[in-house]
Write a protein that binds this ligand. Structure first.
Ligand SMILES: Cc1cc2nc3c(=O)[nH]c(=O)nc-3n(C[C@H](O)[C@H](O)[C@H](O)COP(=O)(O)OP(=O)(O)OC[C@H]3O[C@@H](n4cnc5c(N)ncnc54)[C@H](O)[C@@H]3O)c2cc1C
Length: 597
């Protein structure tokens, strides 16, 4: 028998989005947070570079410029009403975090420090603007610590190391979740009036990734199994600067501080691809440029990596050539000590994992799978919408990387995920609590835990001989090779055939550990099932979209096609395969135009 619990609002996920939702929900409703990781180990903690907000602390800036940059960065696929809402809300939310005690880095006169980031510009000059509010290169860590403390203060109940396996739906409304307690292997039913999914992304689908082991797309996979569609899954961001072979992220903040990308000939090649903003173009543009450089033989030593150079002499050389100045108008010059103070963790990562010192040596980098633009469809209040008419599903909310509002469209700008998790986490929590106050608990079915139990039992008792590790390795390599930075119909068809073969093999998987306590063998196998479902949805959605837009770059359809493809994909997982339908993009102020940097 499963243990039963009852809360008005249940939040799945304790990253920035989940904690922000919990903070706001707990002011009005009895709230619980379930997390498969201890909260402060959530992926938000790794966010380095900062939160985008047009505070204008160092130079002129406006939320309207932030809005336009985000629309343009999204390659016009983002919904403009939601983007505008987010960019205006970003400013008060940063001050709110400051008042909660988040230790932001400071300007000499004590205001929140800001630095440039890719795609964020002064809309008059087109030059990079300092918009990213940061706490050295530990911004996400500080967000998590700050919000976790606030949640504890607000009496949020935490169920740490509880992995949610299923969503309970009654009469078309969310009525709770089923989770396994990792320490005991017991199933628990959480009865709720409102459920918020804040489970993060699914970057473990690709071989080279900046994402941690936990990023297995559980929230989207659970929702798909309950008939909820996934939106815009073909758009997955590859960040330009992952450490070669390891994928560990080198924040764009390094380029914000003046670092440049260099090819084998010693050229700062981004000058050719983005003459105005160069190394601070948006991520999709830079990742493609890097692939082209490597394909044309200008990778370092002919290999599949390039250099990110943040040595003071290099930074100063290019800052002088660019005519870059400090806020007081003096020439921009840096010392090794200043770089170390601005990005201490990055310097440390390179020393630890590569054995090189970025203050005296360039860093070998390659594009790394990084961020899911697609996810569970929501409106700007975090309410989950389940069709092309934006019909709201009662009691279900989603926020953060698991959700698709859509504010990132086809490509996210750096620093906009932290804004997203804070703004939409807040509104999802508020709405969930308001809904819960006015709603009754749905009666729970007697068999609420059965589906979750049957999934685990099938894995535990399978007598097959397939190994999860083999399927996982082949899946990731397939996705990286064929559904990565560049895509073709032929490659994606091969990938789809392989994914379907792997799904069949997955049915014959064998779990080594048959125990109950912390059975990570079992749970990793369950997560692999999620990744396989997401791989199929991603590839089917990508195959159908016969254009190039943002992170979805097709060599066989190299142009953006606004006539046929200015629309969001919705994908359902049905008995007979993946079904696709489409819904329009919300355009308010900015008609689509050519995107250059
Ligand atoms: C290295 C790195 C650096 C980044 N830097 C920046 C940056 O500087 N600026 C920026 O804007 N963005 C940045 N990003 C992106 C940003 O950090 C993430 O998109 C964002 O933090 C996601 O927050 P979240 O709350 O949605 O998810 P997470 O913080 O990942 O939280 C997900 C939560 O869900 C829980 N969970 C997942 N599945 C289950 C389940 N089945 N049951 C129970 N719990 C579950 C996890 O335990 C976790 O608590 C960076 C990303 C990476 C990888």
């Amino acid at each position: 028998m499963a243990q039963h619990h009852q809360f008005e609002v249940v939040i799945v996920g304790a990253g920035g989005a989940g904690l922000m939702a919990a903070l706001y929900a707990s002011r009005k409703a009895k709230t619980a947070v379930l997390s498969k990781l201890y909260p402060t180990r959530s992926h938000t903690g790794t966010a380095q570079g900062g939160i985008g907000a047009a505070l204008g602390n160092l130079e002129e800036d406006h939320p309207e410029w932030h809005t336009f940059d985000t629309v343009k960065g999204s390659d016009y696929l983002g919904d403009q009403d939601a983007i505008e809402f987010m960019c205006y809300e970003a400013v008060p939310i940063v001050y709110e975090l400051e008042h909660m005690g988040l230790p932001f880095s400071r300007t000499p006169d004590g205001r929140i420090a800001q630095r440039p980031f890719g795609g964020h510009t002064n809309n008059v000059t087109g030059k990079p603007v300092r918009r990213s509010c940061y706490a050295a290169d530990r911004t996400g860590h500080m967000i998590l610590q700050t919000l976790y403390q606030q949640c504890i203060k607000n009496h949020v109940t935490f169920f740490d190391e509880f992995q949610v396996l299923d969503l309970i739906v009654v009469n078309g409304a969310a009525a709770g979740v089923v989770a396994i307690e990792l320490a005991t292997g017991e199933l628990h039913v959480f009865h709720a009036k409102a459920v918020v999914f804040a489970t993060g992304g699914h970057g473990r689908l690709w071989e080279i990734t900046s994402n941690a082991y936990a990023y297995t797309g559980d929230g989207i996979a659970i929702a798909l199994r309950r008939g909820i569609p996934a939106e815009d899954m073909e758009f997955f961001q590859f960040h330009p600067t992952g450490i070669y072979r390891l994928g560990i992220l080198i924040t764009e903040g390094v380029r914000g501080e003046g670092g440049v990308l260099i090819n084998d000939k010693g050229e700062r090649f981004m000058e050719r691809y983005a003459p105005r903003v160069k190394d601070l173009a948006s991520r999709d543009v830079i990742s493609r440029a890097m692939y082209i450089e490597m394909r044309e033989g200008r990778g370092i030593g002919g290999q599949r990596y390039l250099y990110l150079d943040v040595r003071p002499e290099t930074v100063n050389k290019y800052a002088e050539l660019d005519g870059r100045t400090r806020p007081d108008g003096s020439p921009y010059r840096v010392t090794a000590e200043e770089i170390l103070a601005k990005v201490p963790d990055i310097i440390d990562f390179c020393r630890t994992y590569l054995g090189i010192d970025p203050l005296t040596q360039p860093i070998p980098v390659q594009p790394t799978a990084h961020y899911a633009m697609g996810g569970i469809p929501t409106n700007k209040f975090g309410e989950v919408v389940i069709d092309e008419h934006n019909t709201v599903m009662p009691g279900l909310y989603a926020a953060g990387e698991v959700a698709c509002v859509s504010v990132h469209g086809a490509n996210r700008l750096g620093t906009n995920s932290l804004v997203d998790i804070l703004v939409f986490g807040k509104y999802a929590g508020l709405r969930a609590a308001e809904f819960a106050r006015g709603a009754a608990f749905q009666p729970l079915p007697a068999d609420a835990a059965d589906f979750a139990r049957s999934q685990l039992d099938r894995l535990l008792h399978s007598q097959g001989s397939e190994r999860a590790a083999d399927i996982s390795r082949e899946l990731k390599a397939t996705m990286f090779d064929h559904v990565g930075v560049f895509r073709t119909e032929e490659g994606m068809r091969q990938a789809l055939a392989k994914i379907r073969e792997l799904k069949e093999r997955y049915r014959h998987i064998r779990i080594q550990d048959r125990g109950r306590i912390f059975n990570m063998d079992l749970l990793n196998a369950w997560e692999l099932g999620n990744l396989l479902d997401l791989a199929e949805v991603t590839t089917v959605s990508a195959l159908a979209r016969t254009e190039s837009r943002g992170a979805h770059a097709r060599e066989d359809y190299p142009q953006r096609d606004d006539v046929n493809w200015l629309k969001h994909t919705l994908a359902w997982m049905c008995q007979d395969g993946i079904q696709l339908r489409y819904k329009p993009v919300v355009i308010t102020k900015y008609p689509p135009k050519e995107r250059t940097y």
